[in-house]
Design a protein around this ligand. Structure first.
Ligand SMILES: NC(=O)c1ccc[n+]([C@@H]2O[C@H](COP(=O)([O-])OP(=O)(O)OC[C@H]3O[C@@H](n4cnc5c(N)ncnc54)[C@H](OP(=O)(O)O)[C@@H]3O)[C@@H](O)[C@H]2O)c1
Length: 396
């Protein structure tokens, strides 16, 4: 495709406005925004009204528009928009991890059937180009693990709690004030956002797509100052870590809080930053650090995908055809720290063995072994004032 691309954008919020500015300040991109579709007719806009439409068909049915950039905040509506755009033969760039993870197979089929580009670098870790690297650079290496801090909101909250002893509710309020957390932070703090991302990352790392429902996620909303003190006494921080790790033929994928020792690269990932560690049999370990959210970092990832569409780039999903793909399992042993308030709450977590235990008047903990499958089963029955955290591991 050598002509200039005509783009139809959906959404002019944080990322949409970021993209608008980034695109206009970047020379050499052969693409122009033809129209921007938004929802609220009464909202004040920072650019002239003639740029906007409120009708999605003004973009979807416009034969001159080659590329739809989807940047709205509703995954179901986004899927409608993206699938109708592909059916009309338009390429699509999106930042919507929930939509991509929940409709992965359908979206791949649409992309294939209509031979269009469907790119979503901005959906995972914003400014860190993890998907394109997994897809292209690590296309023939034997990857063993991708692990990281892939949610800026929770990392901001945990940084404030660990470094400045700020209580959870205050740290969350601060994150909301600064725009790092949404008014309803549920998807972020309960680790759903990171779970959507790790589902996408795993597809590109190992050629295995795992439905988000099958991935164990446990968030940070029940963390207490006791847990932070336990970590700090041992020179560790608590981070929300997403992991996709191969062990011979099996693949473990989950998101949960983890104790991170000060020697780990992940310990250095602070505030709204994201950090991703990639490990391969031959390439050993690499570490990517960058801003995981925000108008410009996310806009720049969208811009890179737009540029890739100008040369007809498509993800090839080569790893999906490899014979040596690992098999996903939740039947994996893990060493867990479990903090609880009263001794009778210990039985809520099915340990196969406990090797350290403390019982105090307001705070108790046990450290022992269980499996991810067991954690998945009991997750909803664990009292909300109890907390689960993965013990530190030697890798990375
Ligand atoms: N914010 C980040 O740092 C970040 C980082 C990575 C990925 N993302 C992803 O990027 C996407 C956009 O996030 P955001 O933070 O930019 O959201 P946002 O600030 O809430 O903006 C959402 C925009 O979508 C528009 N919109 C909602 N429904 C629409 C519809 N049916 N048709 C047309 N426009 C519609 C809204 O229109 P009005 O202006 O009329 O209300 C608004 O302009 C999400 O999928 C998010 O997960 C965000």
């Amino acid at each position: 495709m050598n002509k200039r691309l005509k783009i139809g954008v959906f959404g002019f919020g944080c990322v949409g406005q970021g993209l608008y500015e980034v695109l206009h300040r970047t020379r050499g991109i052969k693409a122009d925004i033809a129209k921007i579709c938004v929802k609220d007719r009464n909202k004040k806009r920072s650019i002239p009204l003639e740029n906007f439409t409120f009708e999605k068909d003004d973009i979807i049915n416009n034969p001159e528009i080659d590329l739809v950039v989807e940047l709205i905040d509703n995954a179901d509506e986004a899927f409608e928009i993206v699938s109708s755009a592909m059916k009309k033969g338009k390429s699509v760039v999106t930042a919507n991890k929930k939509m991509v993870a929940e409709h992965f197979n359908e979206l791949l089929t649409l992309q294939k059937e209509h031979n269009v580009s469907f790119l979503y670098e901005a959906s995972c870790c914003a400014s860190i180009p993890i998907i394109r690297n997994l897809e292209e650079y690590y296309d023939n290496d034997l990857l063993t693990a991708v692990e990281g801090i892939i949610n800026g909101t929770t990392n901001y909250i945990l940084t404030n709690m660990c470094k400045y002893q700020i209580p959870y509710s205050e740290a969350l309020a601060k994150a909301q004030e600064l725009g790092f957390a949404e008014s309803n932070p549920y998807l972020d703090v309960e680790a759903f956002d990171a779970k959507f991302k790790v589902s996408i990352i795993t597809a590109h790392a190992f050629g295995v797509f795992i439905k988000p429902d099958e991935i164990f996620n446990y968030g940070i909303s029940s963390i207490s100052s006791y847990d932070i003190s336990y970590a700090r006494e041992k020179n560790m921080d608590i981070k929300l870590v997403a992991r996709s790790k191969r062990n011979n033929d099996s693949l473990g994928v989950w998101v949960m809080p983890q104790f991170v020792p000060s020697a780990s690269k992940l310990y250095q990932v602070l505030n709204e930053y994201n950090g991703v560690l990639v490990e391969g049999v031959f390439s050993d370990k690499q570490f990517f650090l960058g801003k995981g959210a925000g108008a410009y970092p996310t806009g720049s990832a969208v811009l890179s995908d737009i540029s890739a569409v100008t040369y007809n780039y498509q993800y090839e999903y080569k790893k999906f055809g490899q014979e040596s793909r690992p098999e996903f399992t939740n039947d994996l042993e893990v060493e867990i720290y479990y903090s609880y308030r009263t001794p009778d709450e210990l039985s809520k977590l099915p340990f196969s063995s406990v090797h350290e235990q403390y019982t105090g008047r307001e705070y108790c903990y046990a450290i022992g072994t269980t499996t991810i499958e067991q954690l998945r089963k009991v997750k909803d029955s664990i009292p909300t004032d109890c907390f689960i955290c993965l013990m530190p591991e030697k890798s990375f």
